[in-house]
Design a protein around this ligand. Structure first.
Ligand code: AMP
Length: 191
């Protein structure tokens, strides 16, 4: 199964992505994590991405598309996955869809986690106290939310048109949100 988690920063994509991937026995691919790894390793990709990430801006599309498709279509091709944080612009979504159609690997489902803005800021500021992430400070958080609204929110319509979006209330405990996601996708948990 191939699932996209689509939601603003702070909505819980990372936490729920890990849980969902485990339940589906597929890898959890988070572009933010992949990019932070490149930054830490000071790779060419990391050097090109760092300034954008520190400002809460999008890393250029061509770089991210190559990184993600290179992972999915790498030496060990992935046929199932939970994608978290990609696609994040219409250009990325169109490029991913064109590739996926050609390769028989389009998304089966898109999970949209719904959380209001005040709650997102509160969670991200809280996370910033321990995450060590350069972009978890209030000014960059506001910018990331603005970038999300402008460039990523329109993707909902793109996927609504394909009838694969599952709207899930993203406020509650991690277990409650997990249960809503599993319910919506028809996943039954053992026990
Ligand atoms: P995240 O961990 O998902 O919050 O992502 C952290 C940062 O990585 C974002 O603010 C962007 O700078 C960058 N990033 C992650 N995914 C993408 C993407 N699909 N396109 C562009 N930039 C991205």
């Amino acid at each position: 199964m191939r699932v996209l988690l689509l939601a603003p920063p702070g909505a819980g994509k990372g936490t729920q992505g890990v849980r969902l991937a485990e339940a589906l026995h597929v890898p959890h691919l988070a572009t933010g994590d992949l990019l932070r790894q490149h930054v830490a390793n000071e790779s060419e990709i990391g050097k090109a991405a760092k300034a954008f990430m520190d400002q809460g801006e999008m890393v250029p599309d061509d770089l991210v598309i190559e990184l993600v498709l290179g992972t999915i279509d790498g030496p060990q091709p992935l046929y199932g996955f939970v994608l978290d944080g990609f696609p994040r612009t219409l250009e990325q979504a169109e490029a991913a869809y064109a590739w996926a159609q050609q390769n028989g690997r389009t998304f089966n489902a898109v999970v949209f986690l719904d959380v209001d803005e005040d709650e997102l800021v509160r969670r991200l500021v809280e996370r910033g106290k321990t995450s060590g992430r350069a972009d978890d400070n209030e000014e960059t958080i506001r910018n990331r939310l603005h970038v999300y609204e402008e460039l990523t929110a329109p993707l909902l319509e793109f996927y609504e048109g394909r009838g694969i979006v599952h709207h899930v209330d993203g406020v509650g405990t991690e277990d409650e949100i997990e249960a809503r996601i599993f319910d919506s996708l028809g996943i039954t948990q053992p026990g």
